[in-house]
Design a protein around this ligand. Structure first.
Ligand code: ZN
Length: 508
């Protein structure tokens, strides 16, 4: 049964694809994270590895559990964006296949994916990767995967894997922990255990803002699922899905793995709960004018850390471009004082500020090179406060312990606004993104973040939920789902179509 020194292939390709965002290119992946073979292990062993945190966690716990032999294949990862360039997906899967064939035979395969990737000409590259790995492994070897809780689980993914383990926190602060748990589960699979698999996919595709895990219907589902974990029910994965993928398979999906009647019954119970609670997957945002008015009042009163405006519609962590201007223009038009805004993505403007130098005042048009309907060209007169080459070591929330690259970046002052302009598309989820410029978050009345939810774990020192305002502005990740021209998503679907029905039957 159990090999003495099991050889485990490790591979993965991380992308959360927003169907409405520009293509994620090979270059985007290579600039962000792409490691092959031994380079993967070398990076994973660094204090702040530039790779999905599941892999270092998996390796650590495998090491602690006895002899084994990691067989590193490829890990590629990029910030959420549009569908992946098809040629790069095809080439990466082919390269994975070649490396797997060359390095085999194995005792098991661990896939570390996000799980909500699409490609420019295919809807389910995750499924293609899983099926390829299963093809290499044959029907019997353990194939275990970790995924983001925003994964859209396709039938192919479900069928190919012995077990899919998803994150349980949003903001995702448990990525490393899930990698560790995957190693523990892997040891059990290697010892010969197998579980029955159950999947129920619901006709609910919630906007991401309703999928927090500190509170709300989704949190209740995850907690209830975990309450039933037992030796014969080791895994309950509850996916919220990623609605902006606009895929046929996806949405709220419940996976249970185990033996006996309990796992199946629990899946059914959780599905019925989700349906019963579906009203809680609808979202009401604060109108833009009301949000600006609150910031204006905070500025007038001089209250510190009074309000945090979350620009949830322009979350680079969901494919947003980080350059929309509804909130920015609103703040400038109303001459709102005492605002700190992080981080606006405009590489050309950031380079201009670097050329001008600290202390200079320059006239620059934001979005000059890339204006569109959401990110309009905004001329500003800005004073350069501080400059950075962009490397930041995260200290709190999802980037804690990770090295992050903002690209060439500057802190500038525009009227009552202090803002960060950076070159790389990344959501403002760690206080270091601002502190690295010498800025003190506690000294401002209003904080504006281009982030959907992950900022909550980074800025909780100053901003509890009661002072966070999710703003109804324009952008590629707007939770107002009616704003988008959906193509593939099966309809009706909740909460987009209020007439949606669910007959209560397990779909799988
Ligand atoms: Zn996610």
């Amino acid at each position: 049964m159990s090999a003495v020194n099991p050889r485990i292939a490790i591979l993965g390709m991380h992308l959360e694809s927003n169907a409405f965002a520009p293509i994620s290119t090979e270059n985007d992946f290579r600039q962000s994270c792409y490691f092959e073979g031994e380079a993967m292990l070398a990076e994973a062993a660094k204090p702040a590895p530039n790779m999905p945190a599941e892999i270092p966690g998996f390796i650590e716990v495998m090491n602690a559990g006895g002899p084994w032999q990691p067989v590193p294949i490829i890990i590629a990862a990029v910030e959420p964006g549009g569908p992946a360039e098809q040629s790069f997906v095809d080439a990466t899967l082919a390269r994975m296949r070649t490396l797997l064939d060359a390095a085999g035979p194995f005792d098991a395969i661990y896939i570390c994916n996000h799980g909500a990737m699409t490609a420019s000409a295919s809807e389910d590259p995750d499924g293609a990767l899983y099926a390829m790995a299963r093809g290499v492994a044959g029907p019997k070897l353990p194939l275990l995967s970790t995924v983001d809780l925003h994964a859209n689980i396709s039938q192919r993914m479900f069928d190919s894997a012995d077990c899919i383990l998803s994150y349980r926190t949003n903001p995702h602060v448990d990525r490393r922990e899930r990698g560790c748990e995957a190693a523990t589960l892997m040891r059990r699979l290697l010892a010969g255990e197998r579980w029955e698999k159950n999947m129920i996919r619901m006709p609910i595709k919630p906007p991401s803002v309703t999928l927090l895990t500190a509170r709300g219907a989704y949190a209740d589902m995850i907690n209830e699922g975990q309450r039933h974990i037992a030796p014969d029910l080791p895994v309950v994965s509850i996916l919220g899905g990623f609605v902006f993928g606009d895929v046929r398979e996806g949405g709220i999906t419940i996976l249970t793995y185990g033996r006996g009647e309990k796992p199946k019954a629990l899946a059914q119970q959780l599905a019925e709960f989700a349906w019963g609670q579906r009203e809680r997957f609808r979202m009401t945002l604060t109108p833009l004018t009301e949000a600006i008015a609150r910031a204006a009042q905070a500025g007038r009163n001089g209250t510190r850390t009074a309000v945090c405006l979350a620009d949830v519609a322009d979350n680079p962590g969901g494919g947003g471009r980080g350059n929309t201007t509804d909130i920015l223009e609103g703040l400038l038009a109303e001459r709102v004082e005492d605002v700190l805004l992080g981080n606006f993505v405009d590489a050309q403007a950031a380079a201009r500020f670097h050329a001008a130098g600290v202390g200079a005042t320059v006239c620059v048009t934001l979005n000059e090179a890339c204006a569109d309907a959401f990110g309009r060209a905004v001329p500003i007169e800005a004073t350069v406060l501080a400059l950075s080459q962009g490397t930041v070591n995260g200290r709190r929330g999802i980037y804690a312990g990770r090295s992050v690259d903002l690209g060439l970046a500057a802190a500038i002052r525009v009227g009552g606004l202090t803002m960060i302009v950076c070159s790389r598309r990344i959501q403002c989820a760690d206080p270091m993104f601002l502190e690295t410029f010498g800025l003190d978050i506690s000294k401002f009345a209003t904080l504006v973040v281009k982030s959907r939810g992950h900022f909550r774990a980074g800025f909780d020192t100053w901003y509890g939920d009661d002072r966070i305002v999710e703003v109804d502005a324009g952008g590629l990740t707007s939770p107002v789902l009616e704003n988008f021209a959906w193509k593939r998503m099966p309809r009706p679907v909740w909460p987009l179509d209020l007439e949606t029905r669910w007959d209560g039957a397990a779909l799988n």
